[in-house]
Design a protein around this ligand. Structure first.
Ligand code: ADP
Length: 310
């Protein structure tokens, strides 16, 4: 009898220990959950100041969150400093570069030897290159740091294609390159101003690298998830080994040095495409011309879209 009683008591005790253990675990989980909820809402403060492990954890979480807030503030301050520095550089270099252009112009109006005339033309060209380089640097760093934000919105692609191609009509005629805009209908989600800039970079390259007598064609093709704006040319083409490098900052493929440029156009184009959920691709081979494609996401209401196989 006493044996049964002892066994019953032991069982009850074990049950009580299990229940107490479960209760402690569920209380700990509940408190952790509350802590995380307060941390996520930004209203975290230490609430228990005893010797328990939970209190120590709470205090460590408090220190971690304070460190995160500090580094976030530092990043924001650094971004503001970069933004101010970029504005200063852009603002302060404008006048000297404009003056260089002006003095080169004044010099060219003087009676000069042929060599002097070449020098003044070179000063003018280099000053223009410097201004383009500064503008490109300012633009890329503003895009990279998020100071310049893109505002993608659903819209028709044709007006952007027409505006961009229109800017190159005269140059094409002067150079003797046939510039054609093919099928341009389609809608996508994009920032019209920046997309036009990306497209102009592709057209600028196509015009620059395609010799007289060649052709440049712009065409839009719509896929279920993306719309593709393709700029194809009959220029020299790009060797396979160069095709990933040309999207790098300041990279110019060997053999391009005679052409005007600083090697930033494709880098900027890729940044613009990616900042609005798109991407850029090149299909090219030496002697076969190049086709650069700018893919823009379509308005499907889905995220994490897969790239179409070309
Ligand atoms: P840039 O034209 O100023 O050199 P980009 O970043 O626009 O700079 O292009 C990088 C390089 O890619 C160019 O130097 C050139 O070698 C190559 N490239 C770009 N577009 C073409 C094209 N349409 N045909 C041949 N090569 C090209």
């Amino acid at each position: 009898m006493t044996g049964h009683l002892a066994a019953g008591a032991a069982l009850l005790l074990a049950l009580a220990v299990v229940i107490a253990g479960r209760w402690r675990i569920s209380r700990t989980v509940r408190r952790l959950d509350e802590m995380l909820a307060r941390a996520m809402s930004g209203g975290f403060s230490e609430e228990t100041f005893d010797e328990s492990r939970l209190s120590a954890l709470e205090s460590r979480l408090g220190r971690y969150l304070a460190a995160c807030a500090l580094s976030e503030r530092n990043v924001r301050e650094q971004k503001d400093r970069i933004s101010a520095l970029i504005s200063d550089i852009s603002h302060q270099t404008k006048t000297p570069v404009a003056n260089l252009q002006l003095y080169a112009q004044l010099l060219s109006e003087q009676p000069l030897t042929p060599q002097g005339r070449d020098c003044s033309a070179a000063i003018s060209a280099q000053a223009e290159k410097l201004q383009n380089l500064i503008d490109a640097l300012v633009k890329t760093s503003r895009l990279e740091t998020g100071i310049l934000a893109l505002h993608p919105q659903p819209g028709a692609i044709a007006p952007v294609v027409e505006r961009a191609a229109g800017q190159y009509a005269l140059r094409a005629a002067e150079k003797g390159v046939a510039l054609t805009v093919g099928q341009a209908d389609g809608t996508a989600v994009f920032d019209p101003k920046w997309t036009e800039e990306a497209l102009c970079n592709l057209l600028d390259n196509a015009m620059k690298y395609t010799p007289s007598g060649g052709a440049v064609t712009v065409e839009v093709k719509n896929y279920p998830l993306f719309s593709r704006i393709q700029v194809a040319d009959t220029g020299p083409g790009i060797p396979e080994g160069e095709q990933t490098k040309i999207f790098g900052r300041f990279y110019r493929a060997p053999g391009s040095y005679q052409a005007e440029g600083v090697g930033i156009g494709l880098y900027l184009t890729r940044q613009i495409a990616e900042k609005q959920g798109g991407y850029v691709k090149v299909d090219s081979a030496p002697g076969r011309g190049s086709a650069f494609s700018l893919f823009l996401p379509r308005d499907t209401g889905e995220c994490g879209q897969a790239k179409p196989e070309m």
